[in-house]
Write a protein that binds this ligand. Structure first.
Ligand SMILES: *[C@@H]1O[C@H](CO)[C@@H](O)[C@H](O)[C@H]1NC(C)=O
Ligand SMILES: *[C@@H]1O[C@H](CO)[C@@H](O)[C@H](O)[C@H]1NC(C)=O
Ligand SMILES: *[C@@H]1O[C@H](CO)[C@@H](O)[C@H](O)[C@H]1NC(C)=O
Ligand SMILES: *[C@@H]1O[C@H](CO)[C@@H](O)[C@H](O)[C@H]1NC(C)=O
Ligand SMILES: *[C@@H]1O[C@H](CO)[C@@H](O)[C@H](O)[C@H]1NC(C)=O
Ligand SMILES: *[C@@H]1O[C@H](CO)[C@@H](O)[C@H](O)[C@H]1NC(C)=O
Ligand SMILES: *[C@@H]1O[C@H](CO)[C@@H](O)[C@H](O)[C@H]1NC(C)=O
Ligand SMILES: *[C@@H]1O[C@H](CO)[C@@H](O)[C@H](O)[C@H]1NC(C)=O
Ligand SMILES: *[C@@H]1O[C@H](CO)[C@@H](O)[C@H](O)[C@H]1NC(C)=O
Ligand SMILES: *[C@@H]1O[C@H](CO)[C@@H](O)[C@H](O)[C@H]1NC(C)=O
Ligand SMILES: *[C@@H]1O[C@H](CO)[C@@H](O)[C@H](O)[C@H]1NC(C)=O
Length: 867
């Protein structure tokens, strides 16, 4: 990168250094650069990176260098103190250490408004890139938001590609950790810079939400139109300034270049956009397998766009010709209604279906597998099935030569999910007529991937001891075994080893099967013996009590033992250790129960108020930061309500990241927190003045905002909010009818929606059983519902019923029969009762007892193993 290669300026607003006055929340809709830097620095800290030494800082912020670049030395003298100030804010306590260099922060100016010269940044970035020290993470955290600001505020595009690339490199962490910043993409980027920007955006695709991805696509489309087609999609600016026209809707803008710079963002195209792709170009893009790779990197693409692509690609070929390219379909294959294919083509198509959600077209896979296996003399077929080997029926599995099946088990290992019927077939196939006591340790090892199908008696015998020496195999086996099998195995082992040894040696699932009685005999006297193992809840309760009595209940080291901690134990923590306890238990949220979180919050609150009455009413930002977010969620409503305005920024930051699933659905603090956050956002303004960036700061709290309040927002914010809420995992019951009505008002009557709209907003309609059951019976509705079901893990009865009804309503009886089977095949064990209901319904519909028997067999076959 040439330091003098280009110039750009942007205004660096350094807000009050000591944060003495309340943060300016009129500007608080966006996260300031310091907030972002702080967030990124906290990430460096959580990775355990050391703080940078002064020598590194001096070299990066070397004022001589900076002066060499530009004679306004003043700038560099502000940057270092600002850096130190942000760094200090994440290391509370350390700034009192007289030996700590961070004391320099005392020299910080109060407020600086500065034009920052990009060459300064370029210098710093170059130095940081050059540094191999892990502590440079903190420096990168600091220059990231500066670089991003430089990228989005500079208008004149005269940065050379190298400098631009350096800024992109430096800015990337912002987009990774604050993906909402993609809502602020630069107004205009041209040429190579545009390609580089898209490369960077492609790299951060995975961290974004669908709405952010759509935003990026919209932006890219605008840039493409303006850069390559001399027309614009935006409202025409000053008509005299540029000779630019509105793009014609028929413009064939989606050419090869556009397709390739968009990469995975093509998943956000509207189906109509695909019509803007010249046929030859699309065929080329497909044949070069670029389409497969773009789609492969994308998140699941909706059925409307997938089917559109598929349809246009098929137009490139005759049907017969097309079949020879099925291996370039990638995930589009999920929507390909394949005709009968040769075994070879079947295999090629099957390999594309691996990434498809099995719910989409389970019968197709089965058909392909049967086709491949039809030529039983074909030795390679079995291995080439890959994971689809699980689609072989128990009969097919039984019929395989034992060595061949054994080869498959060895090569595919543990990642296969078999049904009970298949497991039994495989084990019978492999063990033949062997009696339980004839099964050797070697046999057991060979069958570890199908351990769940082994008879319990075989696990009890003497050979089991042999496996103990192979701890990894034992772990692999035990992870799949059923309760009864684990018990049997443990029984066998208990005869040969004492409980103390077992606790030391056994892997997780077996360990969790040890009875409390035996645990008691295991001579556990210190937390170290048990801290790194995963215990069951009753075991954890036993161990926590024991540690409590031994005065060894060190919260930092509990891990899964935390499950057994009672409220009394939490109440017993000394005042001086309460904050430490609070921080420790929230570090392992998977072991923290809601009850414990509530008790810990109460205890914390009590302690804090002992320290200072009305602690929360007068809390400072730093004090709020110290309280773990999980516990903040449990504050009593009146405490939340009384939080001072001065902590709004910190409060919103915490709430944006909060995971509401750790809070009971009906917790009174849910509405209280939501309202407090809204009040923080508006800060005296009207709800109608909130921007999209504002409501984005609510994080999951947006799901809890009252419809009557959303209604008061600006139209684009309402749209954005509703689209976002379609991804909520929970929306309060009482809000649902009004929300659905608002969706109806904002996006038109759902019965007129096109497929694509249904894909993005459908989840809101499914919130209400009544609305859901009246969804129009469009031909594409089933695909959309299957898509939403798999994507949002929806399991409502009404959705299942609707799916079934849509399927059985199809006119063609043969198709209906085939699809009913596929729908039923898609049900999991959780849907067991519903499955039976369907089978009965199917039976009633067709009055064919034979098919019921078949379906029942199918049901047993598809139901995953009950563990
Ligand atoms: C700062 O830059 C000057 C001039 O480039 C150089 O002589 C000096 O060694 C640098 N100081 C540090 C601490 O890197
Ligand atoms: C920024 O730095 C460049 C390169 O050193 C210099 O040419 C330019 O005058 C500087 N601009 C400002 C406003 O300081
Ligand atoms: C970066 O490192 C290379 C090789 O170590 C060195 O030649 C170069 O001068 C360094 N650049 C800066 C800006 O420190
Ligand atoms: C766009 O305009 C520029 C300058 O007016 C011209 O050179 C270029 O050929 C135009 N491109 C297209 C695709 O019309
Ligand atoms: C079956 O296998 C034989 C021998 O490998 C081969 O010649 C034949 O073409 C295969 N049949 C089909 C339908 O693939
Ligand atoms: C089955 O095993 C035999 C002998 O090990 C081998 O010759 C044959 O090719 C294998 N067949 C399959 C389908 O793997
Ligand atoms: C146990 O499972 C792991 C992960 O699936 C695998 O890598 C490993 O080889 C297995 N161990 C044995 C002994 O087969
Ligand atoms: C229990 O542990 C203690 C200390 O480690 C040891 O002295 C004692 O022998 C152990 N008792 C049994 C039954 O293992
Ligand atoms: C438990 O795991 C932690 C982190 O991996 C490690 O530091 C500690 O030494 C382990 N303790 C025991 C007793 O193995
Ligand atoms: C949407 O609004 C129209 C007109 O007000 C109404 O007829 C229709 O039932 C509404 N649909 C839903 C799903 O609420
Ligand atoms: C498929 O859908 C199920 C739920 O219907 C979901 O749990 C699973 O994660 C999905 N799999 C993939 C690969 O998307």
């Amino acid at each position: 990168m040439a330091p003098n290669g280009g110039t750009c300026f942007f205004i660096l607003i350094v807000t009050s250094a000591a944060l003495a006055q309340p943060p300016d929340l009129t500007a608080g809709d966006k996260m300031g650069f310091q907030d972002i830097a702080k967030k990124l620095m906290m990430k460096c800290q959580s990775k355990g990176f050391p703080l940078p030494q002064m020598t590194l800082l001096k070299s990066v912020f070397n004022s001589s260098d900076l002066i060499a670049a530009d004679r306004t030395a003043e700038q560099s003298s502000t940057l270092l103190p600002t850096f130190l100030q942000v760094l200090t804010s994440i290391t509370p306590g350390k700034n009192n250490d007289p030996n700590n260099q961070l004391n320099l922060m005392n020299t910080v100016d109060k407020i600086t408004n500065k034009m920052l010269n990009c060459s300064h940044l370029s210098f710093m970035i170059q130095k940081i890139k050059n540094s191999s020290e892990s502590s440079s993470c903190f420096l990168r955290a600091f220059v990231a938001p500066l670089s991003w600001t430089a990228l989005i505020t500079q208008e004149d595009n005269n940065l050379d590609p190298d400098s631009y690339d350096a800024l992109l490199w430096a800015a990337k962490p912002v987009l990774v950790d604050v993906p909402s910043e993609t809502m602020k993409l630069p107004t205009k980027v041209e040429g190579q810079n545009m390609k580089n920007m898209m490369n960077m955006l492609q790299e951060v695709y995975k961290t974004m939400t669908d709405i952010q991805r759509t935003q990026v696509l919209k932006w890219a489309k605008e840039q493409i139109m303006e850069n390559y087609f001399n027309c614009t999609l935006r409202p025409l600016p000053d008509p005299q300034s540029v000779l630019m026209y509105h793009c014609k809707p028929s413009l064939q803008w989606l050419d090869l270049e556009s397709l390739s710079i968009m990469g995975p963002y093509i998943s956000q195209l509207m189906p109509e956009d695909v019509d803007s792709c010249p046929k030859q170009k699309l065929c080329e893009f497909f044949l070069s397998a670029q389409l497969r790779s773009s789609v492969g990197e994308a998140a699941e693409m909706g059925p409307s766009l997938s089917k559109k692509f598929l349809q246009r690609i098929q137009e490139c070929f005759s049907e017969n010709e097309f079949q020879h390219h099925v291996d370039k379909l990638g995930r589009l294959a999920c929507y390909y209604d394949a005709p009968d294919l040769t075994p070879d083509l079947s295999q090629r198509l099957l390999s594309q279906l691996n990434d498809c959600n099995h719910t989409l077209n389970p019968m197709l896979k089965k058909r392909l597998v049967n086709c491949m296996m039809s030529n039983s003399s074909d030795a390679k077929a079995l291995l080439s099935l890959g994971n689809s080997v699980t689609l072989l029926s128990p009969e097919q599995l039984s019929a395989l030569p034992a060595t061949n099946l054994s080869n498959v088990l060895q090569s595919l290992g543990l990642n296969l999910r078999w049904t009970t019927g298949q497991l039994l077939s495989i084990v019978r196939n492999q063990l033949g007529d062997k009696k339980c006591d004839e099964v050797s340790g070697k046999d057991l090892l060979a069958l570890q991937s199908v351990a769940a199908g082994l008879p319990s008696c075989a696990l009890k015998n003497d050979k089991v001891e042999e496996i103990l020496t192979d701890t990894e195999a034992l772990k692999n086996m035990s992870q799949q075994m059923r309760k009864g099998q684990l018990k049997a195995m443990l029984q066998g082992l208990l005869g040969k080893m004492n409980p103390s040894e077992l606790v030391q040696k056994l892997p997780g699932p077996l360990l969790r099967s040890i009875s409390l009685n035996n645990l008691n005999k295991a001579n556990i006297t210190s937390l170290d013996q048990v801290q790194n193992k995963t215990w069951s809840r009753p075991q954890a309760a036993y161990l926590a009590k024991k540690m409590f009595n031994l005065k060894q209940l060190h919260f930092q080291k509990l891990n899964s033992v935390l499950q057994g901690v009672t409220c009394e134990m939490i109440d017993n923590v000394s005042d001086s250790s309460v904050m430490e306890m609070a921080q420790a238990i929230t570090k392992t949220p998977q072991w923290l129960s809601k009850v414990q979180a509530r008790c810990a919050t109460q205890k914390l609150l009590l302690t804090l108020e002992k320290m200072r009455p009305d602690y929360l009413k007068t809390i400072t930002e730093q004090e709020l930061d110290a309280i773990p977010t999980t516990l903040l969620l449990y504050l009593p409503p009146w405490n939340v309500k009384n939080l001072p305005d001065s902590v709004c920024r910190a409060f919103l930051d915490k709430m944006q990241m909060a995971n509401l699933s750790s809070l009971p659905l009906h917790a009174p603090s849910r509405p209280a927190i939501t309202q407090r956050a809204l009040l923080c956002l508006t800060n005296g303004k009207n709800l109608s003045e909130l921007t999209i960036a504002d409501v984005s700061r609510l994080g999951q709290l947006l799901c809890e905002v009252k419809p009557s309040q959303i209604q008061l927002m600006a139209p684009d914010v309402i749209k954005f909010s509703l689209q976002t809420m379609a991804f909520c995992s929970h929306i309060p019951q009482l809000h649902r009818p009004d929300l659905i009505q608002m969706v109806n008002q904002t996006f038109g009557n759902p019965s007129d929606w096109p497929e694509k709209t249904m894909e993005s907003l459908g989840p809101l309609l499914l919130l209400d059983d009544n609305t859901a059951s009246f969804l129009p019976n469009k031909p594409w509705m089933k695909d959309v519902l299957v898509f939403l079901k798999s994507r949002l893990h929806l399991t409502s009865d009404i959705l299942q019923k609707k799916l079934f009804d849509l399927t059985t309503a199809a006119s063609n009886a043969a198709r209906r029969k085939r699809e009913s089977k596929s729908i039923i095949a898609a049900f999991t064990l959780n849907d067991h009762e519903y499955l039976l209901f369907q089978i009965k319904k199917y039976h009633d519909l067709y009055h064919v007892s034979e098919s019921s028997v078949y379906l029942l067999q199918l049901a047993i076959e598809v139901a995953p193993l009950a563990m």
